[in-house]
Design a protein around this ligand. Structure first.
Ligand code: NAD
Ligand code: MG
Length: 394
């Protein structure tokens, strides 16, 4: 029986994880669930899954939640609040696996702490890895933590790697990764109309049902940019050995090209419960609740080159990982600020790339050898991006 802590339990990945957990009560026990401020969803999850701990990060919501739990049939749940509580629960002795499913930089510290504590990290929170890079990978190596990718592409690549492969190592016979992308909702939208697309249009993803931030990232293809950096780190590959491939059907979740000419692909219906169940059962397999793939319904599959004019964010991500140092941290931070501003209708969709590019231009790729340097770059880049937004509005 393994104990699991789900960071970001109320989000899209968190909910899918609990769906898989509920199918395997003989193998997983929920130790801790965390939410930012969605106490209604967290309360329902507590009633169903009866964790030992529940964390509400927003202090303003925590008191009401504590009272509701105290008056409920699950009043023995320990309720904690504030962001430090995330690290407290991700490192508990009886937690074996941590699902890192907080969105954005807010997930870094509890996930890194879990890595340092030698936990099995089920990594969905790609921003945490992109911003901390080698520091995160080194923490995993030093502690002997097990790192398993949840992002569907990286989970697919991991499944296509040679037997016994562990993330962070070089797979010598694998010469290239083909990182698939759906192309998002604006793959065919006339380029001249992109400045006027709305947040609702941007979050309406054709194939995947996800949180709002990652949905906007998919529309700009920054999601693929972050995933490119994630793949460089997880699979120890150079950016030029990773080819982004637009595959609108989202049936192949990525491929590995071997020196003998074999190309291995992992396929399946686009449902995050497959990579979640794969990582949770690894190295075994168990039921995820996902319907079997109907290959006849798929019929055919298309593959296209990404258009970097249409998707400048993808170009910026290649530039950031090639520059190295703090540049991926800066890219990620500026993107988080730009996406939030777009969702709040403060800037246009096409401003997102402009904000990131202008922000990156104000940094040098200084080293990112310590957590302090990474956090400093993250904070500075957020301030710079906010200043760019103010300048754009003037
Ligand atoms: P979401 O917005 O649906 O959920 C985010 C979760 O994080 C919620 O539980 C929320 O309460 C919590 N959270 C938000 N801000 C927080 C903060 N400041 N402090 C603490 N908790 C906070 O997002 P999602 O779609 O589930 O994505 C989660 C992560 O997984 C992201 O990093 C995303 O890139 C990655 N991911 C998601 C998918 C997907 O299909 N949804 C696929 C691959 C990777
Ligand atoms: Mg993905």
């Amino acid at each position: 029986m393994k104990g699991i802590c789900i960071l970001g339990a109320t989000g899209s990945i968190g909910v899918s994880t609990l769906d898989v957990v509920a199918r395997h009560p003989d193998q997983y026990r929920v130790i801790a669930l965390t939410a930012n401020g969605n106490i209604d969803a967290l309360y329902e999850q507590c009633l169903t899954h009866h964790p030992e701990y529940a964390v509400v990060v927003m202090e303003s919501k925590a008191e009401e939640f504590k009272q509701r739990i105290a008056a409920s049939p699950v009043s023995d749940i320990k309720v904690l609040s504030g962001s430090d509580a995330l690290t407290q629960v991700s490192t508990l002795d009886n937690v074996d696996a941590v699902m890192a499913a907080i969105v954005g930089a807010a997930g870094l510290l509890p996930t890194l702490a879990a890595a340092k504590a030698g936990k099995t990290i089920l990594l969905a929170n790609k921003e945490a890895l992109v911003m901390s890079g080698q520091i995160f990978m080194q923490a995993v190596t030093d502690s002997g933590a097990v790192l398993l990718p949840i992002d569907s592409e990286h989970n697919a690549i991991f499944q296509c790697m040679p037997a016994g492969y562990t993330p962070g190592h070089v797979a010598k016979q694998a010469r290239r990764i083909l990182l698939t992308a759906s192309g998002g909702p604006f793959r065919k939208t006339p380029i001249e109309t992109l400045p006027s697309v709305t947040p609702d249009q941007a979050v309406a993803h054709p194939k995947w049902d996800m949180g709002r931030k990652i949905s906007v990232d998919s529309a700009t293809m920054m999601n693929k940019g972050l995933e490119l950096i994630e793949a460089c780190l997880l699979f120890n590959m150079a950016p030029d050995d990773i080819q982004v491939v637009i595959h609108p059907q989202s049936i192949i979740h990525s491929m590995v090209d071997y020196v003998d000419g074999s190309v291995l692909a992992q396929m399946g219906n686009p449902d995050m419960r497959t990579p979640i169940a794969h990582a949770m059962a690894w190295p075994e397999r168990f039921d995820s609740g996902v319907a079997p793939l109907n290959i006849f319904e798929v019929g055919h599959m298309d593959f296209e080159q990404p258009d970097l004019q249409r998707f400048p964010c993808l170009r910026l991500a290649y530039e950031a990982i090639k520059a190295g140092g703090i540049m991926p941290t800066v890219l990620n931070a500026a993107n988080e600020i730009a996406v939030e501003a777009f969702l709040n209708e403060q800037v246009k969709f096409t401003d997102i790339a402009v904000i990131i590019e202008c922000s990156m231009a104000q940094f040098k790729p200084d080293n990112a050898d310590s957590l302090e340097l990474v956090l400093k770059a993250d904070h500075q880049a957020r301030d710079v991006a906010k200043a760019v937004i103010v300048a754009l509005a003037a």
